[in-house]
Design a protein around this ligand. Structure first.
Ligand SMILES: Cc1cc2nc3c(=O)[nH]c(=O)nc-3n(C[C@H](O)[C@H](O)[C@H](O)COP(=O)(O)OP(=O)(O)OC[C@H]3O[C@@H](n4cnc5c(N)ncnc54)[C@H](O)[C@@H]3O)c2cc1C
Ligand code: SF4
Length: 491
C-alpha cells in the first residue's frame, strides 16, 4: 500500500472527455487518459484491503491492489507486468469494460471508488508507448495444432495463450478483418481499431496464423447476420486437420421485434447499422444506412443501443429517442444491500450525453409506413406504456402514442449463437441454445464432442469483453492440458 492516508486525502478523479460539440464531429476516441501524476494520486487512494473485493469483482481477477501500489510508486514497468499476468488485452478493457471491479471497491462503500479502470488504461497505454509490449514467442514448440473459430476477444485470448504454450494456432474468422465485436460492433469512438491491429502483429510474431474471410460452416447464416466470407471450410475438415478446436464464434443471432410493419424499409437490426459504420471508418466506403436529418428511434437500452445513439448523433440525426421496456432504475443503488456486487442503477453513457431522449417502460406495437413516395418506408412508430407486476408486463390502458420515425434500430440483444456452427460439430446446447460446456473441473470448456472446446459468448451467451478474455484464457489452459497432459498456463 503506497500511501496509508491516500484515501483520506485525495478525491476520485475521472478521465476527461472532449466536449460534446467537438467529439460528435468525428469517430475517434475522445477520452483523455490520466496523466502520470493523476494516476499516481488515484493509485494512492487504494487501501490495499485485506480481502481485495475488486480482484474478485474483476472477471479476469486483475491483481488490482498491486498495480495500484506500483503506479503510486511510478514503477510503470512492473505495473504492466502485473497487469499482463491476468489480462492479455488491458487496452481493450481499460477503455470499454463497465468496471465491475469499481462496484466492488471497499472505498466505494462510503466514498467514490478508486478509478481502477483509468489506472489500467494509463498503465497499458504507457507500456505501448515505451515499447514494453513485445511478442513472447514460445521457447519450445509442441508440434500440436489448434484451430480457433472466431477472432473476438475470446478467440484472441485463447489463441495468444495457446501460441505462448508452444502450439501452432490458426484463427478462422468469417469477417474480412480480425477482432469480432471489438472490430465490427463497438464503434471507433469507444475503441479505435489500431489497438487491435497492433495486437494482431504481436500475436503473428508469436506464431498465430489469422485467416480472415473464412467461414467455418456446414450451413447458412440466419437473417440479420451478413456474410463477409470469401471461403468456407467444413467442421469436419477442422476436426481432421487439427489436434483441438476452440469454438469462439460469439452469440450473433439478434433478438427481433416481429410487430406489424417490421418489413418496412428503415427498420434495421443494430449491427446492420454499426458494422457498415465501422467499415466506413476503416475506409471501406459509405454506410448505406444513414441517420442524417432523420428521427431515429433506438429500441433497447444496453451498450448496443447506446452505440446506435452515438453513431446516429455523429451522422447528424434530427432527433434520437431510446426506448427501454423495463422501468427506469434508481439513480443510486442501495449500497449496503448490493455491495460488492454489480448494482442495478441508472447508467448514462457518454453517447447519451451527446443527445438522446430516453424513455422507460415502453413497448413498441407497430411500425407505420408512409404513403405515396414514402410507401413501404417507416414514417412513424406506435408504442404504449407498460407496467410490471410480479415480474409480468402489462399494457397501461389508453397509453398508446405515436412518434415520428424515419430510422428504427433494434438493439434488444442477441438470443443465441448461430446454431449451424454448433450443429456442424455436433455440439450439445443448453436451454438457451449456447454451447454446453462446464467451466470447472477436468473437462472445463470441453463440449460433448472430443477435442472441441467452447469459450466466450458462444458458451455463456451475450456478455462482456472482459468475460470473453477470461473464458479464452481458461479454455486455453484446458486445451493445453488436454494436449499435453498438464498445463502451466494460468487459469
Ligand atoms: C454493439 C455492441 C457494443 C458492445 N459494447 C461493449 C462494451 O462497451 N463493453 C463490453 O465489455 N462489451 C461490449 N459488448 C459485448 C462484447 O462485444 C461481447 O461480449 C464480446 O465481444 C464477446 O466476445 P467473443 O469473442 O465471445 O465473441 P465476438 O466478439 O462476437 O466474436 C465472435 C467472432 O466469431 C466469428 N464467427 C462466428 N461464427 C463463425 C464461423 N462459423 N466461422 C468463422 N468465424 C465465425 C464472428 O464473425 C465474430 O467475429 C458489445 C456488444 C455489441 C454488439
Ligand atoms: S478488466 Fe474491467 S473489471 Fe477488471 S480491473 Fe479492468 S476495468 Fe476492472
Amino acid at each position: 500500500m503506497g500511501k496509508a492516508t491516500g484515501f483520506l486525502e485525495f478525491p476520485r478523479q475521472n478521465e476527461g472527455y472532449e466536449p460534446v460539440t467537438k467529439r460528435v464531429k468525428h469517430y475517434k476516441e475522445f477520452v483523455f487518459a490520466l496523466s502520470d501524476s493523476e494516476a499516481k494520486i488515484q493509485g494512492a487512494r487504494c487501501m490495499d484491503c485485506g480481502i481485495p473485493f475488486c480482484n474478485n469483482g474483476c472477471p479476469v481477477n486483475n491483481i488490482i491492489p498491486d498495480f495500484n501500489d506500483l503506479v503510486y510508486r511510478q514503477d510503470w514497468k512492473s505495473a504492466i507486468q502485473v497487469l499482463h499476468q491476468t489480462n492479455n488485452f488491458p487496452e481493450f478493457t481499460g477503455r470499454i469494460c463497465p468496471a465491475p471491479c469499481e462496484a466492488a471497491c471497499t472505498l466505494g462503500i462510503n466514498e467514490l471508488p478508486v478509478g481502477i479502470k483509468s489506472i489500467e488504461h494509463a498503465i497499458i497505454d504507457k507500456a505501448w508507448e515505451e515499447g514494453w509490449v513485445a511478442p513472447q514467442p514460445a521457447k519450445h514448440k509442441t508440434g500440436k495444432t489448434v484451430a480457433v473459430v472466431g477472432s473476438g476477444p475470446a478467440g484472441m485470448a485463447a489463441a495468444q495463450q495457446l501460441a505462448r504454450a508452444g502450439h501452432d494456432v490458426t484463427v478462422f474468422e468469417k469477417n474480412d478483418r480480425i477482432g469480432g465485436l471489438l472490430r465490427y460492433g463497438i464503434p471507433d469512438f469507444k475503441m479505435e481499431k489500431t489497438l487491435i491491429d497492433r495486437r494482431i502483429e504481436q500475436m503473428q510474431s508469436e506464431g498465430v496464423t489469422f485467416r480472415p474471410g473464412v467461414m467455418v460452416t456446414d450451413g447458412e447464416l440466419p437473417a440479420g447476420i451478413k456474410n463477409y466470407a470469401r471461403e468456407t471450410i467444413s467442421a469436419q475438415a477442422l476436426q481432421d486437420q487439427f489436434d483441438a478446436v476452440v469454438l469462439a464464434g460469439g452469440s450473433e443471432v439478434p433478438r427481433d421485434l416481429p410487430v406489424p410493419g417490421r418489413e418496412l424499409a428503415g427498420v434495421h437490426y443494430a449491427l446492420e447499422f454499426l458494422i457498415p459504420q465501422n467499415k466506413e471508418v476503416a475506409g471501406d466506403g459509405p454506410n448505406e444506412i444513414r441517420a442524417e436529418g432523420k428521427h431515429v428511434i433506438v429500441i433497447g437500452g444496453g451498450d448496443t443501443g447506446s452505440d446506435c445513439v452515438g453513431t446516429s448523433n455523429r451522422h447528424g440525426a434530427e432527433s434520437v429517442v431510446q426506448f427501454e421496456l423495463l422501468p427506469q432504475p434508481p439513480e443510486e443503488e442501495n449500497k449496503p444491500l448490493v455491495w460488492p456486487y454489480w448494482p442495478i442503477k441508472l447508467r448514462t453513457s457518454s453517447s447519451h450525453d451527446e443527445g438522446c431522449e430516453r424513455d422507460w417502460s415502453v413497448a413498441t406495437k407497430e411500425f407505420i409506413g408512409g404513403e405515396g413516395k414514402d410507401s413501404g418506408k417507416i414514417t412513424a412508430l406506435k408504442a404504449c406504456r407498460v407496467e410490471w407486476k410480479d415480474g409480468k408486463m402489462q399494457e397501461v390502458p389508453d397509453s398508446e402514442f405515436i412518434l415520428k420515425a424515419d430510422l428504427v434500430l433494434l438493439a434488444m440483444g442477441f438470443t443465441n449463437p448461430v446454431g449451424s456452427l454448433l450443429s456442424a460439430f455436433g455440439v450439445d446446447t443448453d436451454a438457451r441454445k449456447n454451447a454446453r460446456a462446464a467451466t470447472e473441473g477436468e473437462r472445463a470448456y470441453q463440449t460433448n464432442v472430443p477435442k472441441v472446446f467452447a469459450a466466450g459468448d458462444v458458451r455463456r451467451g451475450q456478455s462482456l469483453v472482459v468475460w470473453a478474455i477470461r473464458e479464452g484464457r481458461q479454455a486455453a489452459r484446458s486445451v493445453d492440458a488436454f494436449l499435453m497432459g498438464h498445463s502451466e498456463l494460468p487459469r
